[in-house]
Design a protein around this ligand. Structure first.
Ligand SMILES: C[S@@+](CC[C@H](N)C(=O)[O-])C[C@H]1O[C@@H](n2cnc3c(N)ncnc32)[C@H](O)[C@@H]1O
Length: 357
């Protein structure tokens, strides 16, 4: 079953139609399409950029998000990585006052669709679904309270690339962080689903970070449709989750429109070209002797240099989002590109022109 068409590592092709493919997972997760697509991209990014380690899902429930991660591993033939599912499959512990008054009131309301039988799930169903989706070999299921299972399994887990914490309450979130945060590798991600939903979850994160003097920034993920604060992510590393996502998607964009083996001019962004070019050669624009030569003094120089690179074999020009200011600043170059060449891709990350008149 094709859960996510984008997940053909090492070079995943285009965005496809993830919404329709992820639709097959909806009965097995409480999450909407946005967080799931982001999650699939993060697993792909971990594979593409060699962020080592397994994926750990604390709060797997019916398994949908875990299956999605496992499907990415399956497609990439990443047999050395696993997705670990931790859950009681019998629901979370009873909420305590620390979860906040609004949460305590909402948990009394057992008639809403969001109650989900107090998050109970059948372990047999989870196993059956994993087998039906063809991802059973890529997952490991550990049933029980985090407080008992995580200390037991911590060593066996080893390095973690992505730690998802979706355990609702203070004690559960705190327990996941206490046991597993240190095992998340440099560059890896900790995704905290309930950070904006529950006071207790937020407090658990703040208490953990402060008591352990962890200085990594907490990044907010804003989700559509209403620009809601949806999740919080900690990326252990120098750059953010958002940056990792942009790099990964830009690499996919390039792979979708510039053929493997082609040479292209990349405007002003040599500092990350290694991570986005894949099986292509990027020449800095501007360049001298293969080295980045900085920004042009004027439009005429830029157009002359573009002609030169074209004659030297560059068949595309790509402008990534950090260089979009060129389009306003070098308005003459911009007009020249639009009037002379076909724009083969344009989105909020990348613009690519094919350099054939
Ligand atoms: C909101 S649900 C998770 C939803 C799921 N991630 C999804 O994709 O829809 C929270 C889950 O965390 C589990 N959970 C919470 N606290 C736990 C604990 N201390 N030990 C084990 N499981 C726990 C619950 O049983 C429940 O299945």
């Amino acid at each position: 079953m094709d859960l996510l068409k984008t997940a053909d590592a090492p070079e995943l092709t285009g965005a496809g139609d993830p919404a329709s493919t992820i639709a097959g997972l909806m009965p097995f997760t409480m999450h909407g399409g946005g967080p799931l697509i982001d999650l699939a991209h993060m697993v792909c990014a971990a594979l593409t950029f060699d962020i080592p380690g397994d994926m750990v899902d604390c709060g797997a429930w019916r398994g949908g998000a875990s299956f999605l991660m496992a499907d990415v591993l399956r497609r990439a033939d990443a047999t050395d990585r696993r997705v670990w599912l931790f859950d009681t499959f019998e629901g979370p512990p009873a909420p305590r006052p620390v979860e906040g008054p609004a949460t305590l009131v909402s948990t009394q309301n057992t008639d809403t669709p969001g109650y989900y039988d107090n998050s109970r799930a059948s372990l047999d169903d989870v196993r059956r679904t994993a087998a039906r989706l063809g991802v059973a070999a890529h997952i490991r299921i550990v049933k029980g309270w985090y407080e008992q299972t995580l200390p037991l399994y911590r060593e066996r887990l080893g390095p973690i690339a992505i730690l998802r914490i979706d355990g609702d309450w203070y004690s559960s979130v705190r327990c996941c962080l206490e046991n597993l945060f240190d095992q998340v590798v440099e560059g890896g991600l900790v995704i905290i689903h309930d950070y904006y939903a529950y006071d207790g979850c937020r407090l658990a994160v703040h208490d953990f970070l402060s008591e352990h003097h962890v200085a990594y920034p907490l990044e907010s993920v804003i989700g559509p449709p209403a620009d809601q604060l949806e999740r919080a992510v900690i990326r252990k590393g120098k750059s953010t989750w958002k940056w990792l996502q942009q790099l990964y998607l830009t690499r996919q964009d390039i792979a979708a429109v510039i053929p493997s083996g082609a040479t292209f001019a990349l405007v002003d962004q040599q500092w990350f070209s290694d991570q986005v070019v894949g099986e292509r050669r990027a020449i800095p624009f501007l360049e001298r002797n293969g080295q980045d030569w900085g920004s042009p003094p004027d439009d005429e120089t830029a157009i002359r240099e573009l002609d030169r690179l074209q004659q030297a074999g560059a068949s595309f020009l790509a402008i990534a989002w950090p260089a979009f200011w060129w389009l306003d600043y070098y308005a003459g170059l911009h007009r020249h590109l639009r009037s002379t060449f076909r724009c083969v891709l344009e989105n909020d990350r990348l613009i690519v022109f094919e350099l054939q008149r």
